[in-house]
Design a binder for this molecule. Sequence first.
Ligand SMILES: [Zn+2]
Length: 156
Amino acid sequence: MKKPLLYRSVNTRTHGVRHGSCRAYRHERHTKSEKDTLSNHGSMHSNQRHGFDYTPLFRFLLSKVGRPWDQVFSEANPRLDRSEPVFWMVALHESDKKESVRTDESTYYSGLWVDEAGLLQKVNPQLTHEQMKPFCNCCTHTFNGVVFPQGPPLKR
Ligand SMILES: [Zn+2]
């Protein structure tokens, strides 16, 4: 039996309209805090232009925390068009570890890494959606798929 793919096509025109509606995000992309986000991975945005949504992959990876990384990766890889999006969320090097990663202007997930025993782990297992700060007031923000409270925009 073939397992479902871990990505899906999106309507790029509809997506683009929503995506371009956040002024704070467009501003942010040109500031130096960019390095704290995934937006320094230029490829992430090319993925959005191509119209693929990797939400199923990010949920799959979250569900595999605590499992052997080699098995997780070999299960995920055949279900993807390319392996790169896996590493937006999973850090293979100590210096790449992040508590949270942003996959879209208002979509965050736990940052993951592979521990010494070869198991997939959250970088900060204590981080919950309650601790997340919204990036702007105009979008609904989620962390691991859970909406987190709106508040004043971050000071810059
Ligand atoms: Zn916004």
